[in-house]
Design a protein around this ligand. Structure first.
Ligand SMILES: Nc1nc2c(ncn2[C@@H]2O[C@H](COP(=O)(O)OP(=O)(O)OP(=O)(O)O)[C@@H](O)[C@H]2O)c(=O)[nH]1
Ligand SMILES: [Mg+2]
Length: 390
């Protein structure tokens, strides 16, 4: 609940957004805070803005350090159908997992902090490849920059999904609580919120456009336009998914929250105290929508379902394509978001196909009969074969 900010605060925020210099932006954000009345309805907003200030201050420090010649960031180019970052405390078995399920051979050692750099590997699940990246271990205080925590957390922010790894020979619940709290402090959500909003400002010309498949719960287009105009935003794309409220739209102007689908992998299920530690962890997660797997990388146990679980958590489907004149379908699937339409696939394949789209024929789970003729909006399913006519 952040509505009813004084007009001068909204105008100040417009200045914050327009400002391109980091030190100046920080100064304007502080002025903004001083203009916001302090009460329950504004506490979330203030916390978000304070967090952004802290982030910007850290960025400033980092860029100073870079100029002095310290080492570069952690980003790794994406490969395959999704990038999954393995994040966890030291010594829980992150390298062991990478070695067990991918083609990588990282160093495994009983010493903590063995892995110092993000290390990628490819996991093959049926005919799909996922890129797994072991992140250097994180510790409490990572979100404030301890032990290169900032870089690891930005690696997580960039990923398509996360594996949080904990150790069942220790207090796995405590480890999970630490990791999820560090993620939360940097605005990374591991459970899907009811609604998601992303406001992308455009220089001019588009007006306020609402896109995406979400629904507006308590407001009209006009109300959104009025709200954004009061922040001097007159040209923007508002992407919504799920159930979105007017407050969510206002919140999104101040926060940089992102949702990352997450699986919890509890390792060392072979250890003597594993059973009790797993029971405690499982109990604490009851009612939360977080897949949990007990595994032993040492004994190669419980890992069979990892590929399938990643595929499910990313909410994707495989679509095979076929040329109208040919009987052969593509060997490699196109991996797209579930509920993708025929037109989404055409867009991915070729701009001509998209622009000149006439109809498609479908074989497979979403077809009423083999070769069914469908229009651009037809929703595809995992395993479909698509033949596009244009
Ligand atoms: N008992 C048991 N030990 C394991 C298992 N998996 C890994 N280990 C041991 O745990 C220690 C740490 O394993 P790593 O894979 O190096 O752990 P890590 O999380 O990559 O550690 P850092 O990179 O240092 O953060 C090693 O001695 C492994 O042999 C397991 O399933 N059971
Ligand atoms: Mg390691």
């Amino acid at each position: 609940m952040v509505t009813n900010l004084p007009a001068e605060a909204k105008v100040k925020w417009a200045e914050v957004v327009a400002c391109r210099s980091t030190p100046e932006k920080i100064r304007l954000m502080r002025e903004f805070i001083s203009l916001v009345p302090k009460h329950k309805g504004t506490s979330k907003l203030l916390a978000n803005v304070k967090r952004r200030i802290a982030e910007l201050e850290r960025e400033l420090e980092k860029s100073k350090a870079r100029r002095k010649g310290s080492r570069a960031g952690f980003a790794i180019p994406k490969e395959g159908a999704g990038q999954i970052v393995i994040i966890g405390p030291p010594n829980v078995g992150k390298s062991s997992l990478l070695a067990s399920v991918t083609n990588a051979s990282p160093e495994i050692s009983p010493l903590p902090f063995t892995t110092q750099k993000p290390t990628p590997g490819i996991l093959q699940y049926e005919d799909v490849q996922f890129q797994l990246i072991e992140a250097p271990a994180i510790v409490e205080g990572a979100s404030e920059g301890r032990m290169e925590g900032t870089q690891v957390l930005s690696l997580a922010r960039n990923a398509d999904g996360l594996i949080i790894m904990v150790d069942l020979s220790e207090n796995a619940l405590e480890q999970f609580a630490m990791i999820s709290s560090e993620l939360e402090k940097t605005g990374i959500l591991i459970e899907k919120p009811e609604g998601e909003v992303e406001v992308s400002r455009r220089a001019y010309g588009v007006g306020i456009q609402i896109i995406g498949g979400g629904t507006l719960v308590d407001c009209t287009y006009e109300e959104i336009k009025r709200l954004l105009n009061s922040y001097r935003i007159t040209s923007a794309l508002v992407k919504i998914s799920g159930k979105v409220k007017l407050d969510d739209i206002e919140d999104s102007l101040f926060s940089s929250n992102v949702y990352k689908p997450t699986i919890i992998v509890a390792n060392k299920s072979d250890s003597p105290s594993a059973e009790i530690n797993f029971k405690i962890l499982k109990g604490a997660l009851r009612g939360r929508n977080l897949p949990l797997m007990a595994v032993s990388c040492l004994n190669n146990a419980g890992l069979e379902k990892l590929g399938e679980n990643i595929f499910r958590m990313l909410e994707v489907i495989r679509v095979y394509t076929k040329e109208p004149s040919s009987k052969k379908t593509s060997e490699k699937p196109l991996v797209v978001k579930s509920r993708a339409s025929v037109l989404d696939v055409a867009k991915k394949l070729h701009s001509e196909m998209y622009k000149g789209f006439k109809y498609a024929r479908i074989w497979g789970p979403s077809a009423k009969y083999p070769g069914e003729k469908v229009g651009s909006g037809h929703a595809l399913m995992d395993g479909d074969i698509v033949e596009i006519h244009y």
